[in-house]
Design a protein. Structure first.
Length: 98
C-alpha cells in the first residue's frame, strides 16, 4: 500500500471528526456567534481542491484505499457545506430579529 496516501486519509478523517460536533453546536445554539464565514469557505475550498487533485491523479490511486481517501474528502466537504447552510440560515434569522 501507499503509505503517504494512508497517512493523508487518516489526517483528513481526523479533521473530519470535528465537523459533526460543529454542526451539532450550531443546531443546539441556533446562532452564528463564534462562526467565521471566511473560515468555512476556505475549508470547503480546500476540500474541493483535495478532491480535484485526487481525481486528476486517478492513475496513482492505489486500489480501494485511494477511493476511500476521495470519499473522506467528499464527506468532509458535505459536512462543512452543511455548516455553511446552517450559518446562512441562522444568520438571516439573527438579522430579522434585529
Amino acid at each position: 500500500m501507499n503509505l503517504p496516501l494512508i497517512l493523508e486519509t487518516i489526517m483528513i478523517a481526523l479533521f473530519g471528526f470535528s465537523w459533526p460536533n460543529n454542526i451539532m453546536t450550531t443546531l443546539k445554539n441556533k446562532s452564528t456567534k463564534g462562526k467565521s464565514l471566511m473560515f468555512l469557505i476556505l475549508i470547503d475550498t480546500g476540500y474541493v481542491c483535495g478532491i480535484v487533485a485526487k481525481l486528476l491523479k486517478l492513475a496513482e490511486i492505489d486500489g480501494w484505499f485511494g477511493w476511500l481517501s476521495i470519499a473522506v474528502y467528499i464527506l468532509n466537504f458535505v459536512m462543512v457545506s452543511t455548516d455553511l447552510v446552517l450559518y446562512f440560515y441562522y444568520r438571516s434569522k439573527e438579522k430579522k430579529a434585529q
